[in-house]
Design a protein around this ligand. Structure first.
Ligand code: F6P
Length: 350
């Protein structure tokens, strides 16, 4: 009997998704399995929308950004009574022996619940530019996003210097500061503000004033979209919450640029890098990383070991229970922040 395997990509896209499909598909098809792609994440399973991957040229797929399957933020657990039976019915209709869910916290959280609550034969592949998934050192897409943000900060140096300005650059990452921290350190940013530590306008401005007194004409500040900005003990960031009860992110760079200029009179501009960080082709590392994760996932499927995801630890591709990956958000550790403390705020001096 031919093994029938479904695959979907959910949540925000990340460079490397196609490479993961490539690694998975080539290994499975070589083993004689049939691969069925579901379109637009969980939505494709809810609405039973498929596309065959059997004839796709998987070999060259790995170079492209985005996902050939499409993606969405739909999640069957938003309306479990209605949606979960639809997902289960689609899986039964296609007589799937396994379902591969490629995604972040939301997608893998649903996959884990479907595995535990309904014995759905699921294997996960971790993906997010935010790098906030536990159980794996890194997620593919993260380093491609870091590259975009680093280059943007590098490039902004010349215009900042020409005009004697502070450029505040907002990076994605939701409630984790991974992209901001890595890109900020790599670009030598004069200030880095991440959600893991409260960002005080006074401290940032003191630092900028000292910088200017020491002869600097310009400065780059890397600000995470999820950083919480305080001034005079008051939080200036939005107190609006999203559907998960978490603070809405975004607007950090505009807020900081405005406060810097008003407080110390140093002309400031802001730039939101936004979806550019998810766009374009994956860097070589992410292509190979995602390819390896896909191939290991195929092995899990062929061995019928469900409820796991492929992950990276210390450079090796390993397997971890899905439950471990979704148990908690992985944020920057205090150890990491302390190691780079001269870059981060609060600061101990230049
Ligand atoms: O989780 C990935 C991510 O790119 C976050 O960094 C960002 O906050 C969010 O998705 C943006 O989502 P959307 O594509 O729905 O605007």
């Amino acid at each position: 009997m031919t093994l029938r395997v479904g695959v979907m990509t959910g949540g925000g896209d990340a460079p490397g998704l196609n490479a993961a499909i490539c690694g998975l598909g080539r290994r499975l098809i070589a083993a004689g399995a049939e691969l069925i792609g579901f379109e637009d994440g969980w939505r494709g399973l809810i609405q039973d929308r498929t596309r065959s991957l059997q004839d796709a040229n998987l070999q060259h797929l790995l170079v492209y950004g985005g996902t050939l399957l499409g993606s969405s933020g739909d999640n069957p657990y938003r309306k479990p009574a209605e949606m979960v039976p639809k997902v289960l019915a689609t899986v039964a209709r296609h007589r799937l022996d396994a379902l591969v869910a490629i995604g972040g916290e939301g997608t893998l959280g649903a996959a884990d619940r479907l595995f535990r609550e309904h014995a759905l034969p699921v294997v996960g592949v971790p993906k997010t530019i935010d790098n906030d998934l536990a159980g794996t050192d890194f997620t593919f897409g993260f380093f491609s996003a870091v590259e975009v943000a680093t280059r943007a900060m590098d490039d902004l140096r010349s215009t900042a210097e020409s005009h004697g300005r502070v450029m505040v650059v907002e990076c994605m990452g939701r409630h984790a500061g991974w992209i901001t921290a890595y890109a900020g350190v790599a670009a030598g940013a004069e200030g880095i503000l991440v959600p893991e530590r409260p960002a005080h306008v006074e401290e940032l401005c003191d630092r900028l004033v000292r910088l200017r007194q020491s002869g600097a004409k310009s400065a780059i500040v890397a600000a995470a979209e999820g950083a919480r900005v305080f001034e005079g003990g008051t939080c200036l960031s939005s107190s609006e919450r999203d559907e998960f009860g978490e603070y809405k992110t975004g607007g950090t760079a505009a807020l900081l640029a405005q406060r810097i200029q008003a407080r110390i009179g140093w002309e400031a501009r802001h730039l939101v890098l936004g979806h550019l960080q998810r766009a374009g082709r994956p860097i070589a590392f992410d292509r190979i990383f995602a390819l390896r994760l896909g191939a290991r996932t195929a092995r899990l499927v062929l061995e019928r070991r469900f409820g796991y995801m492929a992950a990276m630890r210390a450079g090796e591709i390993i397997e971890v229970p899905l439950q471990e990956a979704v148990a908690e958000r992985k944020v920057l550790s205090a150890q990491f922040l302390d190691r780079y403390e001269s870059f981060f705020l609060p600061i101990g001096g230049l």
